[in-house]
Write a protein that binds this ligand. Structure first.
Ligand code: 1HE
Length: 289
């Protein structure tokens, strides 16, 4: 059972809670924030919940702007985020009811808004663990792709019904998803409208973990807490340097990697950790399983 505290204005036991309580009052009802209980006070994990279960967490503008407000205003003590959906589904994607009246210029502006906000999540302050279940469809899958680690409950299914709806991805999916599953698989998903279950999504590289129903948040929090124990510099390097290096030409990549590696190892905390290992005070790497 995962304990979490939903924030209210009364909940201001420390500055992080106070900052989040103030943020919570500015959010729409479709986005909730809660600090995970039990974490080391210095390494707080924030649970961000899409809370439009009655609309299967479809992403309307208000909800997407709510996500932007959260990721723009993370208090410094928050070291990782777990992103989840309320109810049976992570997200049914773009709220189609907002699409019908939009002209071409409005469509471009909307798409660029999503791009900006989703980039702020992907290249934000902290690692994000997405906990998936049920529908992870269209823009919901695009949002899941902005996270750095994905945990899928067994009920998860992935689809891109854009072909069926006469539209196209617009939340950066054509940039991010091919990196996970390849252009060919993404093409086939849109062209044929097929769904993939949790196991298939895992084999394809969408999720990093598949867990049984109801265990996603627990696993997501376990991973987020582990991520919080890395140095801030390593997490920064992984979020901001690694994807850029992977996309750059090798010569620039090697140069950037050498600079980033030097910065990371020059950190006092890194030096302390390495001294601890050499003095047999640090844990060994444990094998899988
Ligand atoms: C919605 C949406 C939505 C549900 N926009 N309202 N996404 C899709 O094409 C997925 C469309 N949704 C579905 O296929 C199904 O709703 C589900 C498989 C996700 C869930 O089925 P079910 O039977 O549990 O729920 P439901 O009865 O279909 O939906 C409950 C309510 O949510 C209902 O509203 P109500 O007022 O009749 O109660 C639905 O209309 C509403 N709802 N999904 C609006 N997506 C940046 S570009 C991204 C492009 C895309 O994301 S394309 C993918 C769009």
């Amino acid at each position: 059972m995962v304990r979490q505290r939903h924030l209210t204005m009364q909940d201001s036991t420390d500055s992080t809670s106070a900052a989040l309580a103030s943020l919570a009052t500015s959010l729409p009802p479709s986005v909730k924030v809660a600090l995970a209980d039990g974490a080391d006070p210095a390494t707080k994990v924030l649970i961000v919940t899409l809370a439009r279960a009655h609309k299967r967490n479809a992403l309307d503008d208000v909800t997407v702007l709510g996500l932007a407000a959260v990721f723009d205003s993370l208090p410094p003590a928050v070291r990782a985020v777990v992103l989840q959906g309320e109810g049976q589904h992570f997200s049914a994607g773009l709220d189609l009811s907002e699409l019908s009246e939009r002209d071409v210029a409005g469509g471009i502006a909307h798409c660029r808004l999503w791009h900006r906000i989703f980039q702020d999540i992907e290249f934000g302050q902290v690692p994000v663990v997405a906990v998936l279940k049920g529908a992870v469809i269209g823009g919901g899958l695009e949002l899941a792709c902005t996270a750095h680690v994905r945990v899928a409950e067994a009920s998860t299914f992935y689809a891109l019904p854009e072909g069926q709806r006469g539209i196209f991805v617009g939340g950066g999916g054509s940039v991010r998803l091919p990196r996970l599953i390849g252009v060919s698989r993404m093409m086939e998903m849109i062209l044929t409208g097929r769904s993939h279950d949790a196991q298939a999504g895992q084999l394809m590289g969408i999720s990093h973990y598949v867990v049984e129903a109801g265990k996603g948040l627990e696993k997501g929090l376990e991973l987020a807490r582990r991520i919080c124990t890395n140095t801030a510099t390593t997490n920064f390097a992984v979020l901001h340097a690694l994807p850029r290096i992977a996309e750059s030409d090798p010569a620039a990549g090697y140069l950037t990697e050498s600079l980033m590696a030097a910065i990371a190892q020059g950190d006092e905390e890194a030096k302390r950790r390495i001294r601890d290992f050499l003095a047999k005070r640090a844990g060994k790497v444990v094998g899988p399983g």
